[in-house]
Design a protein around this ligand. Structure first.
Ligand code: NAD
Length: 378
């Protein structure tokens, strides 16, 4: 008698043998009902929050409207535009009732439209305060694009209007709702590379006319448009509020596109713990966006931290670089759904008006520091 498995035993207990034994010719191995059982089919909430989009420019049409397709709790139900023909085309494409197209003149009548719960302000910066306050007076919750407003006083008026109406106000800091910047914050808090010492942040692009960003009257300029990302990042990465700033602004005299706004802004920020940040933005170079958090034992580095997509996060410790990868999300769908959830559950948004106000105070200090050449307290 042979000891151990015979060739027949081996065939029956090996994978090939089991398959042969378990699959009589009549068994249907294909998915039943022509699809896998337990398939995770995305479901739109039964009652998604109804949104009105105010301003149908580049951001609204290229990013925000398409993002609704990936949102689960948010649905576009109305449009506000100064260009009726454009709005009708957009409404037809997204299945919005043309009766729910408003102009800037009849905007206040959104108060009589119960389908609109949230209003998303995507207008030039000079118009953020007025259209936010009018929406609150109409009894609506507001998500306002960055920078929150033109001046500190306007931010305070917007916060007061929300409070008076008993409605929520959120600033569209989409990076707080996507996994890469969230991971970088967590790495700073958990000191994966040791305590934070210095942060450098830059946000560069080539802005060509015509563009709302080159108009002083529309509150353009690189500080509010792209610098606010660096300020906000240094605040969320350090977890502290800056106490003092120094700054320089450069506005070339011989380039027509910079007749009304600066080309470059460079500044430093000092934080209470002794962390320092140095930041730079320009409207005059090719696109480049980056931050690096220098820590006691290494650094945290993000390439394209402020882009709509394409973030690359690395840490460097003990002479070893590690790349960290996460599933990308649609930033706009994530931020809109966060706000919708706050509305549905009556909770406070992660980036309320107060968050925009803090950045606006830092921007005011940077402008004063550049003007006076002095260190300015925030
Ligand atoms: P845009 O110029 O493409 O759009 C501006 C919209 O406002 C247009 O529909 C325009 O018709 C309308 N408008 C109404 N009155 C106007 C006036 N007097 N002058 C000019 N336009 C007027 O600008 P955009 O790039 O869509 O930016 C809009 C807002 O969104 C800005 O506040 C900007 O900072 C913000 N933004 C945010 C992000 C982000 O990533 N969160 C990205 C881009 C822009």
């Amino acid at each position: 008698m042979p000891i151990g498995p015979t060739r027949r035993d081996f065939i029956l207990t090996s994978g090939a043998g089991l398959l042969a034994a378990a699959a009589p010719a009549t068994t249907n191995l294909a998915p039943p009902e022509k699809q896998r059982p337990g398939l995770n089919v995305p479901k739109v909430a039964e009652k998604p929050v109804g949104w009105a989009i105010v301003g149908l420019g580049q951001l609204a049409l290229a990013e925000v409207m398409p993002a609704f397709r990936e949102a689960k709790l948010s649905k576009p139900v109305a449009l506000v535009s100064g260009h009726r023909d454009k709005a009708e085309q957009v409404a037809a494409f997204y299945g919005i009732d043309p009766k729910k197209i408003y102009s800037y003149e009849n905007y206040d009548s959104i108060k009589d439209d119960p389908a609109i719960q949230a209003v998303y302000i995507i207008l030039p910066n000079s118009m953020h305060a007025e259209y936010t306050i009018r929406a609150h007076k109409a009894g609506k919750h507001v998500l306002c694009e960055k920078p929150m407003a033109a001046r500190v006083a306007e931010c305070e008026q917007m916060i007061a209007a929300a409070r008076e109406a008993g409605k929520k106000l959120m600033v569209a800091y989409r990076l707080r709702y996507e996994p890469y910047n969230k991971a970088a914050i967590e790495m700073c808090r958990s000191k994966v590379c040791g305590a934070v010492v210095q942060i450098e942040a830059s946000n560069m692009q080539n802005t060509r006319p015509p563009n709302i960003r080159l108009s002083k009257a529309l509150v353009g300029g690189p500080l509010g448009d792209i610098g606010v990302y660096c300020i906000n990042a240094c605040r969320y990465l350090s977890g502290e509020e800056p106490v003092e700033v120094t700054a320089q602004i450069y506005q070339p005299k011989d380039e027509l596109r910079f007749a009304e706004v600066p080309r470059d802004v460079l500044w430093t920020m000092s934080f209470p713990s002794g962390v320092h940040a140095h930041c730079g933005v320009t409207f005059g170079s090719s696109s480049s966006r980056h931050y690096r958090v220098h820590c006691v034992n290494g650094y945290i580095d993000m390439e394209r931290p402020f882009g709509y997509r394409g973030q690359e996060l690395r840490t460097y410790t003990q002479r070893k670089e590690t790349k960290h990868e996460f599933e990308m999300v649609n930033h706009f769908a994530a931020e809109m759904d966060h706000f919708s959830e706050c509305i549905l559950k009556n909770t406070e948004p992660l980036t309320p008006g107060e968050e925009g106000l803090r950045d606006q105070k830092v921007m005011a200090a940077i402008e004063e520091a550049a003007e006076t050449g002095k260190r300015v307290k925030v």
